[in-house]
Design a protein around this ligand. Structure first.
Ligand code: MN
Length: 427
């Protein structure tokens, strides 16, 4: 089916600023609460939120096989479960409805009043119910940097790393959307030079710059997904800040991997940008050597050129950009991750979230965590207000943004912005 919604020559009768992440070629999906306290599934063009539930009730999706209440839900899981053909029909129809040449809704004031909202009239909610969350460790630069710090340069990459996309199962219960503050976690750590562990507030709260992909119902128990088919089961992506407590992580991670240092919070951007919308931005993945085993081999452009950035905002202060990276640096691509994840027959369901792992690039300003940017706290980062950071302070906010851009179009993700509050219960 043609991706008519991606036509770069189309413009909308809705106003779209030139620098907007959300031109009519994007058409992301999200869930929001309206000013009338109604929760609905929607999309966004420019700074206008569009109620898909209302559009559907008014007949604008006639001819597309959708259940009556598909958009009147508090998550996208059922819509995502409808599969890629339906996502494409809906995105193409939305592009038609809002095309500058189409007067039908444009000239219907009563309908527009039900369907269109300003951003300050809505509140973004979690777009999906995340049943299962897996986090990978797929950037070679990040794995090498962290391995060097924790184990020394000679043991930086473990023997398995170049042969499979390493990952772990995280907790979906603490995945949050933007603007929900989190608390500094407490936990058990072994301070440098101490002989006994202590319990208390983490002193090394960090971000991890990641993207996450969201899947549809992919396979039955026991059924692997062949790598060539993997993309069919990927609905779209969000920006993903995988909050981490490095001191807790360092003490607890042997031998089973990440646990309480990682599962206290992860913050996502609220609009899911579809894999289809990212189509113009395909690029080659980094060359893989040694060649992966056959079930992980895939040809073609399997990565995406997505610019990424992280900013820190002190309480009441200005934002300082501390990192610029790119999704294309990922050594293991999404089809490889999904094929590997299901190679043993593990079922993947609609709304599952797969974190990419921290996305670090080759240069020091492209490292995707404070751990790397400050090299374990030895090289503090200077902020615009003159203060320095080795990790994240109480009341700092961390902002992550992602966007793709070429001569024709800019497709962005908006942002996820989260404030770190002191330990729970303390003022
Ligand atoms: Mn992570």
């Amino acid at each position: 089916m043609p991706l008519a919604a991606n036509d770069p020559n189309r413009s909308s009768w809705l106003y779209v600023n030139k620098s907007s992440d959300f031109p009519i070629q994007n058409i992301p999906f999200g869930v929001f609460l309206t000013k009338d306290d109604i929760i609905t599934i929607g999309t966004r063009i420019g700074d206008t939120a569009i109620d898909l539930g209302a559009l559907h009730q008014l007949g604008y999706f006639d001819g597309i096989p959708l259940t009556d209440d598909i958009f009147l839900q508090d998550t996208l899981n059922d819509f995502i479960a409808d599969g890629r053909k339906t996502w494409r029909l809906v995105r193409n129809r939305i592009a038609e409805i809002f095309d500058a040449e189409n007067p039908v809704l444009k000239n219907n004031t009563a309908h527009k009043e039900r369907i269109l909202f300003r951003l300050d009239e809505i509140e973004m909610k979690m777009p999906v119910y995340v049943g299962d969350y897996t986090d990978f460790y797929a950037s070679k630069e990040h794995a090498t940097n962290v391995g060097t710090m924790f184990r020394g340069a000679d043991n930086a990459l473990m023997p398995n790393w170049l042969h499979l996309p390493v990952g772990y199962h995280g907790r979906s219960s603490s995945i949050l959307t933007t603007h929900i503050p989190i608390h500094r976690p407490q936990g058990q750590t072994m301070p440098e030079g101490a002989t006994k562990p202590v319990f208390g507030p983490s002193k090394m709260v960090d971000f991890e710059l990641e993207m996450a992909f969201i899947t549809t119902d992919a396979n039955d128990l026991g059924e692997p997904i062949p790598i060539e088919e993997a993309e069919e089961y990927i609905f779209g992506l969000v920006v993903f800040n995988d909050w981490s407590a490095r001191d807790i992580q360092k003490w607890e991670y042997v031998p089973l991997g990440p646990f309480l240092g990682k599962n206290f919070a992860s913050s996502i951007s609220p609009w899911i940008v579809t894999l289809d919308a990212l189509e113009p931005f395909r690029v080659e993945s980094p060359k893989q050597s040694p060649k992966p085993l056959p079930y992980l081999q895939i040809k073609g452009k399997q990565s995406f050129d997505i610019n990424l950035e992280v900013g820190i905002i002190p309480k009441g202060g200005k934002e300082t950009t501390v990192c610029k990276s790119n999704f294309k640096y990922m050594y293991w691509n999404m089809p490889q991750q999904l094929a590997h994840h299901t190679s043993n027959g593990c079922p993947v369901n609609s709304g599952d979230m797969m974190g990419s792992g921290t996305i670090s690039g080759p240069t020091e300003d492209s490292y995707g965590s404070m751990l790397e940017l400050t090299w374990k706290g030895t090289k503090p980062v200077k902020l615009k207000d003159g203060t320095t950071r080795t990790f994240i302070n109480d009341y700092d906010s961390v902002v992550m943004r992602a966007y793709c851009e070429n001569d024709d179009v800019r497709i962005g993700f908006g942002q996820t912005k989260t404030q770190l509050l002191p330990v729970f219960g303390k003022k």
